[in-house]
Design a protein around this ligand. Structure first.
Ligand SMILES: *[C@@H]1O[C@H](CO)[C@@H](O)[C@H](O)[C@H]1NC(C)=O
Length: 508
């Protein structure tokens, strides 16, 4: 195509008009993104890999985890670009994957991805069952960030400490016990139809873990000091206890769990905290959103006073994401390109969780065409969904860098993801041992792209000015975590159907 300056200007003007007035013309393949996002969880697998493992640059690893302590802790997920198994974010990952499968399981079935979603969840829940060795004992970490980060090694070669850490009655961890209980309860709902026996088993562990977390109160990072510098529980454990209670209530419909959730609403911050982040640490927005949705069922009308208090905090979160709270300080900032911006390090995790909650809540409002009530104005479900879609589309390439932050998607994506396995020659290609610092010497600092593509990983993403530096040492932007991708799985499934079937009504 011949390009003149004027043509360029006209073209640019047309493009701008298109993005301003027709933001839905740009079309992304959400089905492909869904498939890729589920593949990512196979890259993060620890333990003995099954025959149907699709990510072939990975191999068995960490086959003696727990051995020193006399417990079988083989399996589970590596957290991010390192090889530590951190229980708290791993459990949050499984809770969000399960929640996505509960809301959008049918859409995953139509995309042919449901079996992969179940596998991704079960890889986590199988591990949690192993890690929950006694009613009041939960193993919550294998390896530690300090020794792990000293080396740059493929998981298949690891020579770093694989010491395992637990919480128990004397060394409590209500947050990690609560989150693990939530994950198991949510997963039990997912498996109810396809694997009822397994579903019951998950629920049994969930109820025991909740009881343990509630009875022996404490922050896990006080009991497991090595977690502190990496996944310290800043928000404490009260959000996780409410979160666990409401998930077990959803799974069992036992009144005692709803009662706990209502009775502790105030003291545990559920109806008092208005927070604009939803993350592996802070679950208030998630549990407040679930509470809001309970109001739709007639049997909950008798609890409407407290549930409405929960809802007003959920609305604060959702309105903050939509820039509809009156006080700009209580709205979530945005980059010039329109991306929600919470903080510099791994900002995309907050974008992913916000997109998920907005999508779920919009689908909750849709059947009765209710509106979300915000201070500036009300907003209807299709407009909320359109905003969630704008965030997802930004992730997939509709952004100033024209880059997909979902690795492997589209023509341009990060090539130097901060990830030990992906940045080093694959075990399949070279079974020779690559030592602790040898990885730093030979692979970490290389300017070349990673030899293995970490398909489906959502990296930390751009800065507050939409700028992104594709450099392995820039871990603030180029590292991916399991809990970044987890909320997106359900969202991709939702938009895949949206894209194929539902015409969008531009506003409400
Ligand atoms: C928010 O601002 C609007 C418009 O200025 C005003 O009508 C409304 O009362 C305000 N709401 C609150 C809760 O401050």
């Amino acid at each position: 195509m011949k390009k003149g300056k004027i043509q360029n200007i006209v073209w640019f003007a047309l493009l701008s008009l298109t993005t301003i007035f027709f933001p839905f013309c740009e079309s992304f393949n959400y089905g492909k993104a869904l498939s890729q996002s589920l593949l990512y969880f196979e890259s993060q697998r620890s333990g003995r890999l099954p025959h149907n493992q699709r990510v072939t640059w990975r191999h068995h690893s960490a086959l003696t985890d727990g051995l020193q302590q006399g417990v079988d802790l083989v399996g589970g997920y590596y957290d991010a670009g390192d090889n530590v198994k951190f229980g708290l974010p791993m459990a949050f990952t499984i809770t969000l994957l399960s929640w996505g499968a509960i809301e959008y399981g049918d859409q995953m079935i139509s995309a042919g991805e449901y079996a992969h979603a179940l596998q991704a969840i079960k890889w986590g829940t199988d591990y949690f069952i192993k890690a929950h060795t006694q009613p009041n004992v939960l193993w919550v970490q294998v390896g530690d960030g300090y020794t792990d980060h000293y080396c740059w090694q493929r998981p298949e070669d690891m020579t770093t400490s694989r010491r395992a850490y637990k919480v128990d009655a004397d060394n409590p961890g209500s947050d990690v016990a609560g989150e693990t209980a939530a994950a198991l309860a949510a997963a039990s709902i997912v498996f109810r139809r396809t694997n009822p026996h397994y579903s019951q088993l998950l629920l049994h562990h969930a109820e025991q873990l909740f009881e343990f977390g509630d009875k022996y109160r404490g922050k896990y990072d006080e009991s497991v000091g090595v977690a502190k510098g990496y996944y310290g529980s800043v928000s404490g454990y009260m959000d996780e206890l409410l979160w666990a209670a409401i998930w077990i209530y959803k799974a069992t419909e036992k009144e005692e769990y709803l009662k706990y959730f209502l009775d502790n609403a105030r003291d545990f911050g559920g109806t008092t905290w208005a927070i604009t982040e939803f993350s592996w640490d802070v679950k208030y927005a998630g549990l407040q959103t679930i509470a809001s949705m309970l109001l739709a069922q007639e049997k909950h009308t008798k609890h409407e006073t407290i549930l409405k208090q929960y809802r007003s905090k959920a609305e604060h979160y959702l309105c903050a994401c939509l820039n509809l709270n009156n006080n700009s300080m209580s709205n979530v900032q945005r980059t010039p390109g329109g991306l929600l911006y919470v903080r510099e390090w791994n900002n995309m995790q907050y974008v992913a969780t916000a997109s998920f909650l907005l999508t779920v809540y919009s689908d909750h409002l849709l059947p009765t065409n209710q509106k979300l009530h915000c201070q500036k104005r009300d907003m209807g479900p299709s407009e909320i969904l359109a905003f969630a879609k704008s965030q997802v589309d930004y992730i997939l390439g509709s952004n100033p860098m024209a880059m997909s932050y979902l690795v492997g998607y589209g023509p341009s994506f990060p090539q130097r993801v901060h990830h030990r396995g992906a940045s080093t020659e694959s075990y399949k290609g070279n079974r020779g041992f690559i030592g602790c610092t040898q990885g730093y010497d030979n692979w970490y600092g290389r300017a070349e792209p990673n030899p293995n593509v970490l398909t489906g990983a959502l990296v930390g993403g751009p800065d507050m000015k939409d700028q992104f530096k594709d450099d392995r040492r820039n871990y603030v932007q180029t590292e991916a975590c399991t809990y970044n991708t987890a909320p997106l799985v359900g969202v991709f499934a939702r938009f895949n159907v949206f894209h194929n079937e539902t015409p969008l009504i531009a506003s409400s």
